[in-house]
Design a binder for this molecule. Structure first.
Ligand SMILES: C[S@@+](CC[C@H](N)C(=O)[O-])C[C@H]1O[C@@H](n2cnc3c(N)ncnc32)[C@H](O)[C@@H]1O
Length: 345
């Protein structure tokens, strides 16, 4: 079966390497900035379980399109072809007990309003091919027609569903797929003593807990209200006794007794929503020094920040006990940010 999945722009390399670990027989067809097209025998449940993607779709059509073409062009191609929705699509509709659908169009990552006559015709074609009925407001499943700036058009059935992040995430809380990818960058292992010292609402430790076994997860923050939300997130986690949530100022914490931290994955303040106690360069200088003190030799630090210039300045003058292994420039809610991966020497 062919699928395509969307992911956070800037993560092509890491997504390309991770997808091979997550879906054993995967064959990558093409990768663009923010979308990967691949073939695998994995069922849609397996694709849903890979939390690194923003959304995933079963591929129903792929088209070469020139830059001036709108998604209506794809709709017309689909209407003009004798191809129906295919047995695998119908079988997934039955397995997931979908009853209603709607059609969505997107051009260069922006929602696009499909021509009304075409919309009606494509809805009719889909409902004749499936047992679904139309619900334009709150459907069980969506069929997407997307055109992208790279000259590619995709038609697919969306197999992931989540509430709009505006509605479910707290201010400053990281999107789950971003937190998940950051955890993967730390090379998860069952002996991990994993620390997020600026855990906020707990997106990073929560994603880490779902990826692989661990020895301990330590999550701390100075904001006690946020920590209540973290505790609630972990309520139904099976390994609850291995997760320690505490109200601590990172700059004052001591190395945990009897445990050696080997992974730090975190999202320190960017100086926008949360005020920093000291000026930005000093903050990151102390942050990196403290991370290096806490981490075991060979330990991994992954963090995200928008303060690139300040961090560059710190990196110029800091003795490189922490060696920068990789950095990724990404956009977080339209804001430029960088993810850093360091190894402690
Ligand atoms: C960018 S937010 C983290 C958001 C988090 N990743 C999430 O998804 O909710 C930074 C966090 O650092 C915390 N913080 C600021 N200064 C701190 C300090 N000195 N020690 C520990 N936490 C601190 C803030 O309370 C805030 O929750």
């Amino acid at each position: 079966m062919y699928y395509f999945s969307t992911f956070i722009s800037g993560f092509q390399d890491i997504v390309t390497s991770l997808i091979g670990q997550m879906l054993k027989d995967v064959e990558i067809v093409s990768v663009f900035d923010g979308v990967i097209l691949y073939k695998t025998s994995a069922a849609p449940e397996k694709i849903r379980a890979t939390k690194i993607f923003s959304n995933s779709f079963m591929l129903l059509g792929r088209y070469q399109v020139s830059a001036d073409k709108t998604p209506d062009y794809l709709v017309k191609q689909f209407l003009g072809s004798s191809k129906d929705m295919g047995a695998e699509t119908r079988s997934e509709i039955g397995r997931s007990r979908y009853e209603t659908f709607r059609v969505i169009s997107s051009q260069r990552n922006q929602l696009y309003s499909t021509d009304r006559v075409l919309l009606k015709r494509v809805e009719d074609k889909i409902l004749k091919n499936t047992n679904l009925s139309v619900d334009r407001l709150n459907p069980d499943v969506e069929f997407w027609f997307l055109t992208r700036s790279e000259g590619i058009g995709l038609f697919g059935m969306r197999i992931t569903k989540h509430k709009s992040y505006d509605k479910v995430l707290q201010r400053g809380e990281l999107r789950p797929e971003l937190a998940n990818l950051m955890c993967w960058l730390s090379e998860p292992g069952s002996d991990d003593v994993f620390l997020d010292p600026f855990c906020g609402y707990g997106s990073i430790p929560f994603e880490r807990s779902g990826i692989a076994e661990y020895e301990r997860i330590l999550a701390s923050d100075t904001d006690k209200d946020k920590l209540k939300a973290v505790a609630a997130k972990f309520q139904s986690t099976t390994n609850r006794s291995k997760i320690l949530v505490s109200a601590d100022d990172f700059f004052k914490i001591a190395a945990p007794k009897d445990l050696v931290v080997n992974k730090i994955v975190t999202d320190p303040p960017w100086g926008e929503y949360e005020k920093m106690s000291v000026e930005t360069v000093k903050f990151y200088e102390e942050f990196l020094q403290k991370c290096s003190e806490l981490l075991a030799p060979g330990g991994i630090l992954v963090f995200i920040s928008s303060c690139k210039l300040e961090i560059d300045e710190v990196l110029k003058k800091l003795a490189p006990k922490l060696a920068l292994e990789q950095s990724y420039d990404i956009l977080v809610s339209g804001k430029k940010a960088r993810i850093y991966k360091f190894i402690n020497n």
